[in-house]
Design a protein around this ligand. Sequence first.
Ligand code: NAP
Length: 242
Amino acid sequence: MLKLEGKVALITGGNSGIGLATAQRFAEQGAHVFITGRRQAQLDEAIASIKGQVDAVQGDVTCAEDLDKLFESIKAKAGRLDILVTSSGVAAYATLDATTPEHFDQTFDVNVRGMVFTVQRAVQLMSEGASIVLVGSIAGSIGNPGYGTYSATKAAVRSYSRTWAKELAGRGIRVNTVSPGPIDTPMMDGASEEVKQGLTSMIAMNRLGAPDEVAGAVLYLASADSSYVTGAELVVDGGFMT
Ligand code: NAP
């Protein structure tokens, strides 16, 4: 039996990396999937790679008008939302002395502000049994030289998911965080081979993760298999944190 038969799901950042792998998994499991991201060409490529019912709505999660357009489109086409996965995110290198107000604002705008106001709109279309999965990072739990701002955004993501788990439990809506370790996605493309080797040496399983291995964890939290799990952080890191 398909795990998401008849469900309506929105995946932000669904045109790349972890979000795209999740969209592919969800569609295979019978969901009607909506994906969003800023780059139309990547949305078109994603649509072509997803087998099943999928709609793409171009937009920027930091833009209120784009978010309104996105949820109007979901309401018009599907009438409701059962699952939200927030995978849109950015990570830029800046040590404390190089951290500018612009760097701080850009990182928090996408990873935290965009996520918060996406969830705020999403819950209006949700009812009993709905599930929200926020993509955090193990970076939110460790000291991460050069990525202090990024790591702080991911700690904020986990914090929000715990509060919302309690705020929304009465409505039957679950909220959880998936925190990946180093995953081989376009976000990693900027990293040198030396950096990737260094990261790999810290992972018990001695390799980077694949986006689909995170998608499997997201599917668990999105589906009824995790019906008694809320406010949790599911770490998917090949043993990095052990
Ligand atoms: P990715 O392939 O670069 O995906 C990032 C996604 O975010 C893209 O779909 C991008 O689409 C979207 N995005 C960025 N800014 C946006 C905006 N303002 N509005 C809407 N969408 C936006 O990287 P990824 O590794 O899959 O990252 C997905 C999530 O996993 C992120 O939250 C990241 O922090 C988290 N994560 C990644 C790793 C890793 O090692 N890769 C580890 C831990 C956590 P557009 O550019 O088209 O907008």
